[in-house]
Design a protein around this ligand. Structure first.
Ligand SMILES: [Zn+2]
Length: 257
């Protein structure tokens, strides 16, 4: 699942290829970019930095131009050796030396100015990044307490304005690790419990962001009907859709309260 750790992992892999260098070649194979002339506009500019905030990735070029990417549920980044055919689903290829970064299946990929990244509503409103070097727990709690207290905590954790980077998988695993029922209304979740969820989640995501092995952290995600790994049978993992986006939540009714 493309969540914050996936994006930080992609940025980490892209940095040695691109940072401090002018790409040798930039390709935008998808027809939607046909008239945008990205290769010409970016062609001779050095990449200043590759960074991530939550699920957003930014490739910042000299002269204040920024490639902004968000993978939603379908996209992907690959960093690989050059020389292989460009995949049919590629929207963007950035080549430098022996490697290339390839963005697959969009769906959010745009060239913007540095100043627009600071004022764009979607980006300026993002909550603290759960993978920031120092997690701003005060800002997280502040934003959580200004949210609807009747909203289930599982749904609130997906709101990128409250905390950026947690997606459906990490919401499920974080609530399970902290023993908190994802259906409990935010107003009945204490600060300590809310912090326990992010403090359980953050180190797991940090490891996944370092090695790209997100799947190894799955305990109950997509495990509906299986025995709970903590309580064992007869406790079974349940699944039900939650929130405006109808994302399936998984939980154990026996050890999550
Ligand atoms: Zn259980």
């Amino acid at each position: 699942m493309p969540e914050g750790d996936t994006i930080h992992y992609a940025a980490r892999r892209m940095r040695p290829v691109l940072e401090g260098h002018v790409p040798d070649e930039i390709l935008t194979p998808h027809p939607r970019f046909g008239r945008d002339r990205w290769p010409e506009r970016l062609g001779s500019r050095m990449v200043r930095s590759v960074d991530a905030h939550g699920k957003h990735l930014f490739i910042r070029f000299e002269g204040g131009l920024v490639i902004h990417s968000h993978l939603r549920m379908t996209g992907g980044w690959r960093v690989r050796e050059t020389g292989r055919p460009v995949p049919r689903s590629a929207w963007l290829v950035l080549r430098r030396g022996s490697h290339e970064a390839v963005q697959l299946r969009g769906p959010v990929l745009e060239l913007m100015t540095d100043s627009r990244t600071r004022f764009d509503q979607r980006l300026a409103g993002l909550g603290p990044d759960i993978l920031a070097p120092e997690l701003d727990e005060v800002a997280f709690l502040h934003r959580l307490r200004h949210d609807d207290p009747a909203r289930p905590i599982g749904d609130a954790l997906l709101d990128q304005r409250t905390i950026a980077g947690i997606g459906n998988l990490w919401k499920v695993e974080g609530c399970f690790a902290a023993g908190v029922d994802p259906w409990r209304p935010v107003g009945r979740v204490s600060d300590d419990e809310a912090l326990a969820i992010v403090r359980e989640t953050r180190p797991r995501m940090q490891r996944s962001a370092a090695d790209g092995m997100q799947d190894t952290w799955r305990q109950i995600y997509a495990a509906a009907g299986r025995p709970c790994p903590r309580c064992g049978p007869p406790a079974l993992i349940k699944a039900r859709r939650q929130g405006d986006d109808n994302r399936i939540t998984f939980w154990c009714p026996s050890c999550q309260h």
